[in-house]
Design a protein around this ligand. Structure first.
Ligand code: FRU
Length: 515
């Protein structure tokens, strides 16, 4: 007995040790200095675009472009995570894997087939006959076609449709299908791009399997680069009964901050074609930072929700493969609620963080009507570690040239988030943000125009390796990745060449979504 007892105890001990090391490894990896705490990241390996965002039976699904084998782009497959609030995510096993040697699984979308129009739903749930349908690009060496996969177990396992491809234009660059239900004609609509021709192709279908080409749109003044990840949806104009259609085209390269970015057109869609209301020469961009790309909107949000919400990948193809994280690479933005607002020079897309983000807030630090010096004295006294915080402020630059915050500050390291009074703009300056050697594009000051700069509201989310700002309740957004030292956690207010005033300031420490 004692003979067999000794080894088994040893085995037991070893097993306990191993599992605790594994656990602490997993935990410490989520606690890495550059691991975002409230932005989704893959547990390991490379991630780019969000794909197939859909809400179904109590869960938000986030699929994403994923290399399950390494930390640079390749072997593209759909990774998968679920959430009950779009804030706390839980990793699930790979959803759709590449067919090695044949094709990779590129970007696409997912919908709930509520009425089993596809005939692929097995009606496993008593309450209805619905199932999840994903439509993605099968990217071969010389050909890109659209494929369908379906899931009858709430997205846990996926079966590729035997009739694939469902759309084949015999083109090498035909990709990124986004599907939606067009209620006025009770039909499905697909938008996808001919990337190199900068052309949007619009199709319709009664059953998600048979698609008919209706029309095309583009290149709308773009003479170089690619169009990727399109989207098309209707939004109300804030404060009115009016609605407009918005066409999203992710553009590679050519964005205002250089490299990749998200462009949009405002107009109308009549079930057949999209018409841009503005002259093609008028370029509209969804984000003025360097790192917001390949957006995807959620399908089938809970009945009565009424919001249109999207996420974007917070990176840039200029350096996506070399950002200085090791075990994992790539992050998704905070989910953002979309709207339209009328400004003197036209209707613009506005974005705000989803209200669910408030659940991460700790105690509020609050000040009103204070000078820069007074605010800094009080912030210092409060000692809020600024590695994962939300800052909301209303700033009045007064006679100063520039006013804003120094975040992730430590020694000479700092990222500036501010308002330029002269240029009437809001900006992120990451020239002294920290690690910059991974790319010549890693620094830079990125800015977006605001209507007026004398009194500006800033909502700033600082995570371990990103800064995301929403100015004037979504008038302008900017997103940048930053790689500061772990201990650079200072927050300061500044105003340059003059005395700016702080109308109000709130700071919340944000909790980690991984807890
Ligand atoms: C956008 C993109 C898509 C493509 C995917 C491949 O970032 O290039 O056009 O489907 O990434 O990973």
């Amino acid at each position: 007995m004692s003979k067999s007892w000794k080894p088994s105890l040893l085995v037991l001990l070893a097993a306990v040790l191993l599992s605790t090391t594994r656990l602490s490894l997993a935990q410490s990896s989520y606690d890495e200095p550059w691991r975002p705490q409230f932005h989704f990241t893959p547990a390991k390996n490379f991630m780019n675009d969000p794909n197939g965002l859909v809400y179904y039976k109590g869960e938000y699904h986030l699929f994403y472009q994923h290399n399950p084998q390494g930390n640079v782009w390749g072997h593209m497959s759909w990774g998968h995570a679920v959430s009950t609030d779009m804030v706390h995510w839980r990793h699930l096993p790979l959803a759709i894997a590449e067919e090695e040697g044949k094709f990779m699984i590129y970007s696409g979308s997912a919908v709930v087939d509520w009425r089993n129009s596809s005939g692929l739903c097995e009606g496993r749930d008593k309450e209805d006959r619905s199932c999840l349908i994903a439509i993605y690009t099968a990217a071969g060496k010389d050909l890109q076609t659209q494929h369908l996969a379906y899931s009858n177990d709430r997205g846990r396992t996926w079966t590729n449709y035997l009739g694939n491809p469902i759309v084949d234009l015999k083109e090498p660059d035909f990709r990124d299908p986004k599907i939606f239900w067009y209620a006025p004609e009770k039909k499905w609509v697909m938008v996808a791009v001919l990337a190199d021709e900068r052309k949007l192709m619009i199709f319709d279908s009664p059953n998600l399997k048979d698609w008919k080409l209706l029309s095309s749109f583009g290149p709308a003044g773009d003479s170089a680069g690619q169009w990727e990840c399109p989207d098309l949806f209707e939004l109300p104009v804030e404060g009115t009964k009016e609605k407009k259609w918005v066409l999203i085209v992710n553009r590679n390269p050519g964005a205002p901050a250089g490299g990749t970015g998200t462009k949009y057109f405002v107009g109308w869609f009549d079930g057949l074609q999209f018409k841009n209301e503005k002259p093609a020469s008028q370029e509209l961009w969804a984000d003025y930072g360097k790192d917001f790309y390949a957006t995807n909107t959620f399908a089938d949000l809970r009945a009565g929700d009424g919001r249109k919400i999207w996420m974007g990948w917070i990176s840039n193809w200029q350096y996506a493969n070399v950002e200085p994280t090791v075990q994992w690479r790539g992050a998704q933005s905070i989910p953002r609620t979309l709207g339209l607002r009328r400004f003197p020079d036209g209707i613009r897309l506005i974005q705000q963080p989803v209200r669910e983000m408030k659940t991460l807030r700790g105690k509020e630090f609050h000040l009103e009507n204070v000078s820069v010096a007074e605010a800094n004295r009080r912030i210092k006294e409060a000692g809020i570690p600024g590695d994962t915080v939300e800052i909301q402020a209303e700033l009045m630059p007064e006679n100063s040239d520039e006013m804003g915050f120094r975040v992730r500050k430590g020694g000479a390291q700092e990222t500036l988030v501010g308002i330029s009074r002269r240029q009437k703009s809001v900006f992120i300056d990451r020239n002294k943000a920290g690690e910059l050697s991974y790319s010549k594009e890693a620094g830079g000051r990125h800015s977006g125009q605001v209507q007026q700069a004398s009194r500006v509201k800033l909502q700033i989310f600082v995570d371990r390796s990103s800064v995301e700002i929403f100015a004037n309740d979504g008038e302008v957004t900017l997103t940048d990745r930053i790689y500061p030292l772990e201990h650079s956690v200072g927050i300061e207010v500044y105003s340059l060449n003059g005395n700016g005033k702080i109308k109000s300031l709130s700071i919340w420490k944000l909790d980690s979504m991984w807890k």
